[in-house]
Design a protein around this ligand. Structure first.
Ligand code: SIN
Length: 331
């Protein structure tokens, strides 16, 4: 064989071997799913259910690694990490997307939704569905919503009327609407990651925080907060997100199988959320560590009157038509 022919032959063999190696050693697609809450929460259970379903539906083709409790990324880093390809799925609270889209601020408006059925109605409607695509320009895709529930106010001193919150420090998620909500009652909001909340409360660096029954219970906030006001004043829900690059890089059959498993896991997670908000509330009452304060209608109205003007401030950023659609979902 001539020297030049031998070189071409060797090159062809090398390319063929490399192609063979890629095909035969390409393992399953690994999906790293990072979240910040405990495993026994709606989100923790949904993520584990998703792993179970997708690995059953696509055996050997997809593997899911779930990282709970901010083990892999905290809520202030996870979306950046996703854009870098270091994590593939997450379900941050809707209050944590401020850097990526303004429209999701809708979900933080105080006293917007009367109950979780109204939230579902809005999310399943045209505006809620449009919002799943609001991160597209930033390279992220919303794959669905997951419920946690309505938020309660916990504090080291009793909160009955807005004046009780004056000059008190409250941890909030990274949302300007939530900051405005606490400023409206003369309180001092501090944006802090979820992973720091327990220590901040325990050391009395802050006076209180707002969260759902399942987060207050699973992260033991009730053990270091003497009072919980059952205010149901705001929403804590999630958007399950992935990066456009990862999602569009999957073959059609994998994408379809993953999405079908996720949809099923969300239905399961929403059931867990509804159960947990009743059960975890009761466990907190039974523990006698924290006193639950029930507001009279008149007391609750005082909070509404103080906090609701916040809506106007954010109407331009969110869009009045979105707010009107959310209000309509309460009917
Ligand atoms: C979460 O439920 O993911 C965390 C909520 C929070 O940061 O308070």
């Amino acid at each position: 064989m001539k020297k030049s022919n031998f070189l071409v032959f060797s090159l062809v063999v090398a390319v063929a071997l490399m192609a063979f190696a890629t095909v035969s050693f390409a393992g399953p697609v690994v999906i790293k799913f990072s979240h910040v809450v405990a495993e026994n929460t709606p989100k923790g259970q949904m993520a584990n259910k998703f792993k179970e379903l997708v690995e059953k539906r696509l055996p050997g083709k997809v593997e899911v690694e779930v990282f709970p409790n901010s083990q892999l990324f905290g809520d202030n880093k996870v979306l950046e990490a996703m854009l870098l390809g270091d994590v593939h799925m997450a379900a941050p609270s809707l209050s944590k997307f401020k850097k990526y889209t303004k429209s999701l601020q809708l979900y933080d408006l105080p006293f917007l939704f009367k109950d979780m059925d109204a939230v579902s109605t809005f999310q399943n409607g045209p505006y809620g569905q449009k919002m799943l695509m609001s991160l597209k320009k930033k390279g992220l895709v919303g794959l669905g919503y997951l419920h946690n529930g309505l938020k309660q106010l916990s504090s080291s001193s009793p909160l009955r009327v807005p004046a009780d919150a004056q000059k008190k420090k409250f941890r909030i998620m990274s949302s300007d609407v939530l900051a405005a909500q606490f400023e409206a009652v003369g309180a001092m909001p501090l944006k802090k990651p979820f992973s720091e909340v327990f220590t901040l409360l325990q050391t009395r660096a802050i006076d209180g925080q707002e969260n759902t029954w399942s987060n207050i219970y699973s992260k033991k906030f009730f053990e270091v907060q003497g009072y919980i006001t059952e205010s149901n004043h705001g929403l804590l829900d999630y958007m399950i997100v992935t990066s456009s690059e990862f999602w569009m890089g999957l073959s059609d059959d994998l994408r379809t199988g993953i999405k079908a498993s996720l949809d099923e896991a969300i239905i399961f997670g929403n059931k867990v959320a509804a159960q947990k908000s009743v059960e975890d509330r009761q466990k907190i009452i039974d523990s006698k560590r924290s006193k639950i304060i029930q507001l009279t209608d008149a007391e609750r109205q005082l909070w509404v009157d103080k906090m609701k003007p916040v809506w106007k401030k954010f109407e331009g950023q969110i869009g009045k038509d979105y707010i009107d659609a959310a209000i309509a979902s309460n009917k």
